[in-house]
Design a protein around this ligand. Structure first.
Ligand SMILES: [Zn+2]
Length: 154
């Protein structure tokens, strides 16, 4: 799991608030705000939402994983043989292409690889694409799973 980063310090200053002011608004000790700003601890979900409301800023703009992180390329697929659900990770299997769009970079991950079912041990072919659009737009994806049996490619 990636470490959680925060923009709390900058945002609080932008709003012209002292640590003690923000602490009063969300009903915690001033030290708690200081520790959050230093990344010394992660907020509870309730505290993160309280701060989001107090600063009138979406919670994922206050607390976030590395901003250069991309969308997760792990998915759950259903084995075509035994119907068990299995986790596949496309991260190391992708052909990646990027396109400059008005709102930022669009990234297309295309993949076609064989994956061994963790339940029955048989090989399936996982293919398709995942498209990561800029600025949190709805990401398009299409993933197909086929039986590998009968293909002698490998
Ligand atoms: Zn299986």
């Amino acid at each position: 799991m990636s470490p959680l980063h925060t923009r709390l310090h900058e945002l609080r200053k932008e709003k012209g608030l002292q640590q003690a002011d923000l602490a009063a608004l969300v009903d915690v000790r001033r030290e708690t705000i200081g520790n959050l700003e230093n990344g010394k601890y992660n907020p509870s979900l309730k505290l993160a939402l309280d701060i989001s409301h107090a600063l009138n800023t979406p919670v994922d703009q206050i607390f976030y994983f590395d901003e250069h992180d991309h969308i997760s390329l792990k998915r759950i697929v259903v084995c075509p043989y035994c119907k068990a659900k299995t986790v596949v990770d496309m991260t190391d299997e992708c052909e990646t292409s990027t396109y400059e769009r008005q709102m930022g970079e669009e990234i297309m991950y295309e993949f076609s690889f064989s994956h061994e079912c963790t339940s029955c041990g048989r090989e399936m072919i996982v293919s398709g694409h995942i498209c990561e659009y800029p600025v949190g737009a709805f990401n398009d994806e299409h993933i197909e799973v086929k039986c590998a049996e009968g293909s002698e490619d490998e």
